[in-house]
Design a binder for this molecule. Structure first.
Ligand code: ADP
Length: 334
């Protein structure tokens, strides 16, 4: 058995991947694949909590896989699989549900946000979303979880469920920790300054890896600015801070430094800054977009990848579930 730390993370198949998914999650996956034993999945079961209509599901699952591969994930190095292909997940989810309390689930920020967004469909899957996520992670006894800042609270809950299980039934699960190569977890802001970029909300304020050059330029040009600072040392308003933050993701440091200096001596021209950001963003996104289109055209390749990924993930899941059933006293025959 491998002695490397185990890594697990997932992305929902709710639509096109965006810059937040890339910098919050996939960029770390790509680095981690050379250093750790990695399990990365398309979270199609989580998708059902908000998107019960499955007409587009297969296409979206293929797209998330293709986007991960186009960003540099190598299916030979990692287990790249689809959540619903691993039936053991649902079993562990059931057991963990007995260790999760209604009060703590109702207090989760993402649950409260989703209740606000879809009051007509407050289903139990939505309430127990963090339990299913904990099952995905604990199923591989993963200790490192590369995710963006929006997932911090869910990770804390996964640690609580793991600890409660270990305390009651014996030490099976390591404590999973959120992981990022920098010192802090990343949050890529929405272009309109209202929260984060997201697949399913805020679509006009999100830059997608599938956006055309023209869309990228248009969205960036629309970002809010003002007449600029009039006194040196003026703190940056949030919407200006967002432009700088996006530049830090895709622009060379000389360009960022130039605009920082212009800001500090009150000569900044936001039109020029947004044009520079648009150029650098296009240079970053266009090659990924083109690669995704090539991969999407080959369905057989995608099916083979999924099957191979599921085999690797199943092996690890089955080993954990044997330990779990035994620890829980659910094995009744000799
Ligand atoms: P979304 O919220 O867009 O539907 P998911 O819930 O599928 O995305 O999250 C997939 C991964 O992308 C998670 O690791 C999450 O932390 C990360 N992520 C999503 N949005 C952002 C963002 N704006 N900034 C940083 N990371 C993000």
């Amino acid at each position: 058995m491998s002695t490397q730390p185990i890594v697990m993370s997932g992305i929902r198949s709710t639509g096109f991947l965006h810059l937040g998914n890339y910098f919050g999650a996939i960029r770390n996956y790509v680095r981690m694949q050379d250093e750790f034993e990695c399990y990365f999945m398309v979270a199609d079961l989580h998708t059902l909590t908000t998107h019960p209509d499955t007409a587009q599901l297969k296409h979206n699952v293929h797209r998330v896989l293709a986007e991960n591969i186009a960003c540099g994930l190598d299916p030979d190095k990692v287990a790249l699989y689809c959540q619903s292909h691993i039936r053991e997940t649902s079993e562990l989810y059931l057991y963990l549900n007995m260790l999760a309390y209604k009060g703590e689930l109702e207090k989760t920020t993402t649950f409260k946000d989703k209740v606000r967004l879809q009051p007509e469909n407050v289903n139990a899957g939505l309430l127990t979303y963090p339990v299913l996520q904990a099952a995905d992670i604990l199923l591989h006894r993963a200790s490192l979880v590369p995710v963006g800042k929006d997932q911090e609270q869910h990770l804390e809950m996964a640690r609580n469920f793991a600890n409660r299980f270990n305390h009651r039934y014996g030490p099976i699960f390591p404590e999973p920790m959120a992981f990022n190569y920098g010192t802090e977890l990343v949050k890529v802001p929405a272009l309109d300054g209202s929260g984060k970029m997201s697949k399913s909300e805020n679509q006009h304020a999100t830059l997608y890896l599938a956006d055309s050059d023209e869309d990228i330029r248009k969205k960036i040009k629309k970002m809010k600015t003002d007449g600029g600072p009039t006194e040196p040392g003026t703190p940056k308003p949030d919407y200006i801070q967002s432009i700088f933050l996006l530049m830090q993701l895709v622009s060379p440091s000389e360009a960022i430094q130039k605009f920082e200096e212009d800001y500090n001596n009150c000569s900044i021209r936001y039109g020029d800054m947004k044009e520079r950001l648009a150029q650098d963003m296009i240079r970053f996104i266009a090659p990924i977009r083109e690669k995704v289109n090539q991969i999407m055209a080959d369905e057989t390749y995608l099916s083979n990848i999924m099957e191979k990924g599921a085999q690797k993930a199943r092996k690890s899941a089955q080993a954990t579930m044997e330990m779990v059933r035994k620890a829980m006293g659910l094995v009744y025959y000799p």
